[in-house]
Design a protein around this ligand. Structure first.
Ligand code: SME
Length: 161
């Protein structure tokens, strides 16, 4: 298993995501436990990309429950349709929010979060089983390149569910 995750911030974004993808694939190789894999993936994302907060919420009944994450403590339960995470689940699509103060119903787990991207993670039936939430302390920190890169990570997560 690989240890240190180091992805130079000076590399172009697409290259950073490619390296991240390789590292995530290597991390989960040969390990079957989902919590162990998700935990390591969150760490790889946090330390590889230097996000402020990254975590995964699990769909459980009518709410999302906090799962493995890296960063400050966060809200543990989010109802369907609430906040960016709940909206991502309800719409079954990735949501990029450039300014969280302008997103109606945004749930401020941390007042430091200024922008975020939330992606659905689907099970084999195509239903949302988890959402991946990535937060930044800068406004407008996520764009289509981040979406593309993170969707590759989501594909890896979907393959190990
Ligand atoms: N930002 C989320 C809440 C989760 S925390 O940011 C970790 C939202 O509005 O759904």
């Amino acid at each position: 298993m690989s240890g240190l995750i180091s992805i130079s911030p000076s590399l172009p974004t697409t290259e950073r995501y490619l390296l991240l993808e390789e590292q995530v694939k290597a991390l989960v190789y040969g390990e079957e436990d989902l919590i162990a894999n998700l935990s390591n993936i969150m760490s790889a994302l946090k330390y590889g990309m230097n996000y402020f907060w990254v975590g995964i919420y699990t769909v459980a009944g009518d709410q999302l429950i906090l799962g493995p994450f890296q960063g400050p403590v966060a809200c543990t339960r989010i109802l369907k349709g609430r906040g960016v995470c709940g909206a991502c689940w309800e719409r079954n699509q990735t949501i990029i929010v450039g300014d969280v103060d302008k997103f109606p119903g945004h749930i401020a787990c941390s007042s430091s979060t200024k922008s975020e991207i939330v992606l659905p993670v689907r099970n084999k039936e195509g239903e949302v089983a988890f959402v991946l939430d990535v937060d930044s302390t800068n406004l407008h920190d996520f764009d289509a390149e981040d979406q593309k890169g993170l969707e590759k990570i989501v594909t890896i997560i979907e393959s190990i569910l």
